[in-house]
Design a binder for this molecule. Structure first.
Ligand code: ATR
Length: 269
């Protein structure tokens, strides 16, 4: 029998997750279906309940519900460490003993940076820009790689709060003057409005990786990184596919090969 999965979001029509999981299913011979489900902004928990009652095996959770998924946790749920650290979940497994919550965003980012882009994080100086949900989801996994993390954010107090909680460094944009980093990750939503964080010149060390967690367009951050001589400039499409692969693995116990899927999605961009 076909096992059913879904991604819940709002909006959701443009999600690439159904295509990614369809390709994973074909590649691994797993009999699954995967659809996009639009939940009302005040109806996340009810939508999860409906899917469970209809016999779905699990779901992904995307904007704006990743924090709502964490809040499901005060019911009878099972949390992974990544969820506890991020206060957000993107992968739910529906099991007989309750809902198991995971967050695969951080490991997805790390796989993309290390395996696909060939940049090792251990001992690297990493600048993480942003202090919203996207940033919070990746700090702890990044830190566990042995990288040294600095967080910066427009509202600097939010960066300081996160730094305290995760025991990493933080500073304002102004305080970045004169500093350089091996890996600079843009976890802000500034690219959506064609803006970029006000980074000083010289922020990219020689051989630096500039990584924008957004995908689907060249952001001003990516343009700036090229102009400033960053050696590798990447969008977040690989992270999207890697976090999906991690969800698929949790659900199915089979790890798909992400490379052909990333290549296929790139062709469609
Ligand atoms: P997400 O879940 O995508 O992280 P969010 O929680 O709303 O969304 O956080 C958005 C992040 O992008 C924040 O760090 C925000 O900075 P503030 O905390 O100062 O608001 C950052 N951001 C959004 N637009 C930005 C811009 N034009 N320049 C710099 N930072 C921006």
């Amino acid at each position: 029998m076909t096992d059913r999965y879904a991604v819940i979001g709002n909006p959701i029509a443009h999600s690439k997750s159904p295509l990614i999981h369809k390709l994973f299913g074909q590649q691994t011979g797993q009999d699954i279906s995967y659809e996009a489900v639009l939940a009302p902004l005040d109806g996340f928990a009810a939508t999860v309940e409906r899917l469970r009652n209809e016999g779905y095996k699990g779901c992904n959770v995307t904007v704006p519900f990743k924090q709502s998924a964490y809040q499901l946790a005060n019911r009878k749920q099972h949390l992974s460490f990544d969820v506890v650290h991020a206060h957000a979940a993107n992968t739910l497994e529906f099991k007989s003993d309750g809902v198991h919550l995971h967050n695969t965003d951080g490991i997805g980012l790390i796989h993309d940076i290390q395996d696909n882009l060939g940049v090792y994080l251990r001992d690297k100086r990493v600048l993480l820009i942003g202090a919203g949900g996207a940033a919070r989801g990746v700090i702890s996994p990044l830190r566990l790689t042995g990288a040294s993390i600095t967080i910066t954010n427009r509202t600097v107090d939010k960066a300081h709060d996160l730094a305290k909680r995760f025991v990493v460094s933080s500073c304002s944009y102004e305080e970045l003057a004169g500093k350089s980093f091996d890996i600079v990750i843009n976890a802000t939503s500034s690219g959506l409005s064609d803006e970029m964080p006000p980074l000083p010149n010289g922020i990219f060390a020689p051989h630096a990786l500039a990584y924008d967690m957004m995908y689907g367009k060249k952001t001003p951050f990516m343009k700036f990184a090229r102009e400033q001589g960053a050696a590798i400039v990447s969008d977040g499409l690989g992270m999207l596919v890697e976090q999906a692969a991690e969800s698929f693995f949790l659900w199915r116990g089979v790890r798909p090969d992400t490379r052909p899927v990333i290549e296929q999605l790139r062709k469609q961009q």
